[in-house]
Design a protein. Structure first.
Length: 502
């Protein structure tokens, strides 16, 4: 339990109760869902896009909560202590940090933001730093990982209470550094407002997450991303991105740059593509002001080099030896990010999280640098989001692929065939070849069976995910296992055919 005075330290508020008595009140825990409230809890009423937490204040009271952080004053019972704040999300961030003892101040926190590359970079950083003897945890899309402990996370950047709870657990278990994804939504909703960032990394920016439930405009999206660079001590920025200067102009921290095309503090040159049975890789020379070194990463394309440069920059800033960084990057892989499945000796099958036009174009154009015959792409699009994304996906695949298999992704409450129809308009216009199979499992099986000598098959959209969201329910779905099982059947049948022939 923590005293109320400690929990409210540096929080600006008014109250219906004299704060002199707050030192005698102890907070058992904090909740922003009334369902979690018990006796001694503090309830924080958050205003969301569709739900207002103030509607659940009385439910929280009935469950035992007596301290309430409110954005709107509400008439309540006399024994309810009301803490009225200007913004309850900002207040939750500071209150949570205080409740857990401000753990981020005792950790080195590295935040990665941008449209693409966050998951890969955060995981690569963890790989390198752990190898360098710096105990490092990860928070992001794939979950939370530290000291062989893992937790699932609902959001890429968890709510501020969950975030500081995670930091506290990490710190108590010996973690020294945290590599975390910082989403635009997390910044917009003040989830990282009171996180003590040592380093902030900007990857790139392209139109995404623009809509009624996300960002109203692209400018708002950009400004939310840029906010991270007002919270950190040191910024590392991809200078090649067309929006880099706008981020730099908003930043209040010192800035270091990386890139390929423009002059940068850390720059890649002499790029070569390489391919073997279980990986598609790239070699490059990394140049700084005074040094140059050879690097190899087992992930293809220019975007992979940008990811590696960001990692090299942060490791250099933290004093990690170049040899350790180089060795770790050579072996680093991230689940569901350009993940090559070595299941067929005659074709290359890749699982990737690409789920919008920009990311799909990145991977498909990257594969042009590697010898192949047909390029086949299987993909769908999520339900309940802007239809522009569907058009962009269709435009890219119809232009870049020899054949596309249109299927479901996370349709949620939408009809998968209606989503596919939206995508298919691009193919009909371009007169490009495509097959429709709304059942994703059957579509994946079909893709594996269709593979011929030298083909490259990209299964896009699911990546690390192990479910499909259908009518509000997460239905278990492992693309990896479906591919492996179908490939096993194919190879077994070929073996039987050879035996019969002999």
């Amino acid at each position: 339990m923590v005293k109320l005075t400690k929990v409210l330290e540096d929080v600006v508020f008014t109250s219906n109760t004299n704060s002199k008595g707050f030192d005698d009140i102890e907070i058992v825990d904090i909740a922003y869902s009334s369902l979690k409230c018990q006796e001694g809890y503090m309830f924080v009423a958050l205003k969301g896009e569709t739900v207002d937490g103030h509607k659940y204040v009385f439910d929280a009271y009935s469950r035992g909560a007596r301290v309430f952080v409110l954005q709107d004053d509400i008439e309540m019972a006399d024994d309810a202590i009301k803490i009225i704040v200007e913004d309850s999300r900002i207040a939750l961030s500071k209150i949570s940090a205080n409740y857990f003892g401000n753990p981020s101040k005792s950790l080195k926190i590295i935040g990665v933001t941008g449209t693409k590359g966050k998951t890969t970079i955060t995981n690569y950083i963890s790989e390198v730093l752990n190898r360098a003897g710096i105990n490092t945890g990860v928070v992001g899309t794939n979950g939370t990982f530290y000291n062989n402990i893992s937790e699932t996370t609902v959001n890429t950047t968890p709510e501020s209470y969950e975030l500081h709870r995670i930091f506290r657990k990490m710190l108590d278990s010996g973690v020294e550094c945290v590599s975390m994804e910082v989403s635009s939504g997390g910044l917009q909703r003040h989830r990282v407002e009171h996180v003590d960032f040592d380093v902030a990394i900007f990857t790139n920016l392209s139109p995404d997450h623009i809509g009624p439930k996300e960002h109203p405009t692209f400018q708002n999206y950009l400004e939310c991303k840029a906010k991270l660079f007002t919270l950190a001590k040191h910024g590392i920025i991809n200078i090649d991105d067309e929006h880099a200067q706008e981020i730099i102009d908003i930043a209040t921290c010192d800035i270091e740059t990386f890139g390929i095309k423009k002059q940068a503090d850390i720059r890649a040159t002499n790029i070569e593509y390489s391919k073997n049975l279980d990986s598609l890789g790239v070699k490059f020379v990394c140049e700084t002001k005074n040094t140059a070194g050879n690097y190899y990463i087992c992930s293809p394309g220019m975007f992979s080099i940008y990811n590696a440069l960001a990692v090299i920059a942060v490791c250099k800033y933290l004093g990690v030896k170049k040899e350790i960084t180089r060795e770790a990057l050579t072996e680093a892989k991230v689940c569901g990010r350009v993940e090559v499945l070595s299941v067929l000796p005659y074709a290359t099958i890749i699982i990737d999280y690409a789920h919008n036009g920009v990311s799909l174009e990145n991977i498909l154009k990257t594969l042009e640098h590697y010898d192949h015959k047909r390029l086949i792409c299987l993909f769908g699009s999520v339900g309940g989001r802007t239809k522009i994304r569907r058009k962009e996906l269709g435009d890219v695949a119809s232009r870049e692929c020899d054949l596309s298999i249109l299927t479901s992704d996370n349709p949620d409450f939408e009809d998968p065939l209606e989503i596919i129809d939206d995508i298919a308009k691009s193919f009909d216009k371009a007169k490009s070849k495509y097959i429709v199979e709304p059942d994703r499992k059957k579509a994946v099986q079909l893709a594996v069976r269709m593979a011929r000598e030298g083909d490259m098959i990209v299964l896009a959209g699911k990546g690390h995910e192990t479910y499909q969201l259908i009518k509000g329910v997460k239905v278990p779905f492992s693309e990896r296992e479906i591919v492996k099982e179908e490939a096993r059947k194919i190879l077994e049948s070929r073996k039987d055919e050879i035996m019969i022939a002999n």
